[in-house]
Structure formats: structure tokens, C-alpha cells
Design a protein around this ligand. Sequence first.
Ligand code: GRF
Length: 214
Amino acid sequence: MKVGVLASGSGTNLQALIDAAARGEMGRARVVVVGANVPGCGALERAAQAGIPTFLRSHKDFAQREDFDHALLDELRRHGVGLVALAGFMRILTPTFLDAFPHRVVNIHPALLPSFPGVHAQKQAFDGGVRFSGCTVHFVDAGADTGPIIAQAVVPVLDGDDAEALRLRILAEEHRLYPAVIRAIAEGRVSVDGRRVHVRGAPVDLADGRLKSL
Ligand code: GRF
């Protein structure tokens, strides 16, 4: 399955996908193109380093959100993408985009949704005083971090943490969870029933939400 990644930032999740594929841990899934809306962002550099084609489309160059989405779609289609993975992509996609990839756009969010959607989720969780946070991979709908949840990993908030320590602990779990979920989708092990998503053959330790295996 050809995966297109959209990103706006440093691209460590993109790197995790690239590295997992190189280790043979992504099954038939592989990143074939990386698109970004921020010139010079780390994700574009990481893709270039890995020899993956890239494109840059700045949302600022488009009067309407739909026009921006069409431009993204054109590029992704040109590369035969079957699954779109958002990895720190800081734009809301419109139905124009989502209807072209039904249940084929996923996102990773650094909190246990539906708690702490939106930006600075790790700081929101830290400031909120929760004892556990984590990350969520979900299908994307037209809302902000509101689509059906596919998988989550739980991360404890430890005494002595600050928001940055929590961010890094969550990020390490993101890098494990995202490749595993994309592999499961590529292998046809993920099905959607309204808000409930079923993932077959991905044992999760219910005590702490960690994925035991890929
Ligand atoms: C990650 O924390 C991800 O969960 C969120 O944006 C951040 C992207 O980080 N959606 P990176 O660019 O993958 O390093």
C-alpha cells in the first residue's frame, strides 16, 4: 500500500515510518511521497534524505481551503497513494479532501482523545494534572481530532516531569504506535463500525495500552 505523508514540522513520526519500513516492520506499506505546507520543515529534509519524493504546497497561496486540498490531492494521486498519514500536519482538511480517501486518512495525536484535542496537547494534559496521557491514532474526519479512534498507547505522568519530559515520553510511544497501525491497515486488519474501530491481530496490553507486538 502506497502511503502519502503530510507534515508541517520536524517529521520524527515520518522518520519512524521510514525506519520501520527499512526494518521490514511495515508489511506492504511504504511511504512513497511526503507533502508539506511549511517551506524547509524537517519532514521535507528527512524525506529528501531517504530519497522519497516531496512536494510543497503553502496554504497561504490558496484563497479557499478547498483549493489547497485539491492541490494536495493532485499530488497524492499522481503518486498513486492509497493511504494518507498526517504526521504533525497543522491544517484541517475539508470534505473535498476526505471524500476522496474515505477511511483512508489517519492522524496521530499526542494525547488520549477525546481528551486534549487541538494544539499543545501534551501541555494541556500536564497542566490538567492527569496521571496518564498518551497518544492516539485515529481516522480523520472534518473536525479537529474527532475521528474514530483506531489505537491508543498510555503513558504515565511521573513525579518530577515537566511538560517537555511528558512530550518526549509520549513521542517515543507515537513512534511505536503509528507504524504498527499503518501496517495493520495495509494488511486489511482494520475495520470501522461507526465510532468503533476493530484491529485484528495487534495484541494490546490492556494494563498500560502498550502494543505488545507488531
Ligand atoms: C506529534 O506530537 C504528533 O502527535 C502531532 O504533531 C507532532 C508531530 O511531530 N500531531 P513530528 O513532526 O512527527 O516530530
